[in-house]
Design a protein around this ligand. Structure first.
Ligand code: FAD
Length: 460
């Protein structure tokens, strides 16, 4: 449904004609993200370049009760940036400037459209480090990362996006520009509103600037692969490493199907005949790295690893880590539709959960490859399917429901990092309970009474 002419004229006068898209062939790419089987063509797409332009666009849309969907790079995996019918997409890809790297205070100030990789590269030029590294980091925007509170491969040791956000600037549904947080290491003034906006999936405010904390870049790193004939042994290795008081930066898991697809795609020498592969990485002071990698190797062997390989050099380490980052792309080559799920359980329940996913795949006659951030208990069961096959999709939905329900029964969460969006909102109340769910809706209504920002996401 096209936008009425006066609104288009208003948007054009705010951002300029070259920053407004309305032709169907131009707006179609902004109608979906990385989530399978969810798409809706937006009414128009606008590319603001400043917080003021965002605010003016919001004021105009609000005056016409026009819903707004904020978009970063569109790599989301819960349908967060998929527009509702007739919605205006505000794409922040043009707000792509790093504003300041303060090497004395260890901070970086940036616009929201900068990619996650570019943030870490800018930090690296000063010998500093921005640890959160979602698998999509070459493309995902920092605004999207904050809106989803994204995690990554290094989350076990370094935490997630929230742990690095010191302050944000955001535009509210009534067009006010607000700032929360500060550049002080300690700041307990008032409610921590920035924390409310982190992970709010574009439903409360449009993030227009972020102040990030940086840390010193680790001096050394070692990457290892442990190969197992039994998935349970890989899960137990993870528990044993943590129990030994070692917190590696990465403990990533790939099951046999994922390892086969990744090897077929990336040719990095991953074995294709074992049931589980653990990618383990430790970083920090060279002496600590040497000690931890030795102990992790011994623990892996003691828990049934049939082989532990240590990357010979930085190039091999990088190849192994990027092979893992390519797991989604590698699996996606197998079938027309790839549904990448995101459930997290307490680490002690990992072996049970991985076993349950395999059993569910057999029971429902489905191809499910599982990989994930095993050190965080965060698994990505990935359904390889075909959305044109209605009967198979029915089985996918039953299997997915069984996996999510099992996750909750083990004390887990319906999403460890991809967010609720459209894909998971049906299960949110089940996890939160009625009172907590209602309180969240009250918060949404308090900040966005007209329901203008990302309507239909997170809640019905
Ligand atoms: C191959 C692949 C690997 C991935 N690996 C990981 C991973 O390891 N860890 C992980 O956590 N995620 C992962 N993801 C999911 C995704 O990349 C993250 O959720 C990422 O943070 C989304 O960023 P984006 O810029 O693409 O946001 P989008 O997809 O454009 O938007 C995501 C959500 O954020 C909102 N939003 C975007 N920008 C803003 C803003 N400036 N202000 C307010 N709201 C905003 C949108 O409305 C939407 O609700 C992966 C995705 C892919 C495709």
């Amino acid at each position: 449904m096209p936008l009425p002419e006066p609104i288009l004229a208003g948007l054009t006068s705010i951002v300029g004609p070259e920053m407004v898209l309305t032709r169907p062939e131009d707006v179609i790419p902004y109608g979906f993200d990385g989530t399978a089987a969810l798409r809706q063509v937006p009414a128009a797409v606008v590319f603001p370049r400043t917080a003021q332009e965002v605010s003016h666009c919001v004021a105009l849309a609000a005056s016409q009760s026009l819903p707004i969907v904020t978009r970063g790079s569109g790599t989301g995996l819960s349908g967060g940036s998929v527009p509702g019918e007739g919605a205006l997409v505000l794409c922040l890809a043009q707000m792509n400037e790093i504003l300041d790297v303060d090497a004395r205070n260890l901070t970086l100030r940036t616009q929201p459209g900068v990619t996650t990789l570019a943030i870490d590269e800018a930090a690296a030029r000063h010998g500093l480090f921005y640890p959160p590294d979602p698998g999509s980091m070459k493309i995902s925007s920092i605004g999207g990362n904050v809106a989803e509170n994204s995690g990554g491969l290094r989350g076990l040791k370094y935490g997630v996006t929230r742990d690095y956000v010191m302050a944000i600037e955001a535009v509210l549904p009534d067009a006010r520009i607000v700032r929360f947080g500060s550049q002080c290491v300690k700041d307990v003034a008032g409610y921590s509103m920035k924390d409310l906006f982190i992970g709010s999936e574009g439903t409360l405010g449009i993030i227009t600037e972020v102040l990030l904390k940086l840390v010193p870049r680790p001096a050394a790193r070692r990457t290892m692969l442990a190969l197992y004939d039994r998935i349970e042994d890989a899960a137990e290795t993870v528990s044993a490493i943590i129990a030994e008081r070692i917190i590696p930066c990465t403990l990533e898991f790939l099951d046999r199907m994922t390892a086969v697809c990744v090897e077929d795609f990336a040719h990095v020498g991953l074995p294709t005949d074992c049931d589980a592969v653990l990618l383990m990485e430790t970083d920090g002071h060279p002496a600590a790295v040497a000690d931890e990698s030795e102990r992790m190797t011994a623990i892996a062997r003691a828990h049934g690893a049939r082989e532990v390989r240590v990357a010979r050099d930085e190039a091999e380490a990088l190849a192994l880590a990027s092979a893992r980052r390519n797991a989604f792309a590698a699996l996606a080559r197998r079938k027309p539709t790839t549904i990448l799920e995101d459930v997290t359980v307490p680490r002690s329940a990992l072996a049970t959960m991985v076993g349950f996913i395999a059993e569910t795949a057999r029971e429902h006659r489905l191809d499910i490859g599982t990989f994930g951030h095993m050190g965080d208990g965060n698994l990505h069961p990935t359904f390889l399917t075909d959305e044109r096959d209605a009967e198979e999709m029915e089985r996918v939905h039953h299997a997915l429901d069984a996996i999510v329900t099992k996750t909750l029964s083990l004390g887990g969460t319906i999403t460890g990092e991809h967010g609720v969006g459209l894909a998971k909102k049906g299960w949110l109340r089940q996890q939160m309970g009625d009172s907590s769910h209602e309180l969240m809706k009250q918060v949404k209504r308090a900040i966005d009474p007209a329901g203008l920002f990302n309507p239909g996401k997170m809640f019905d």
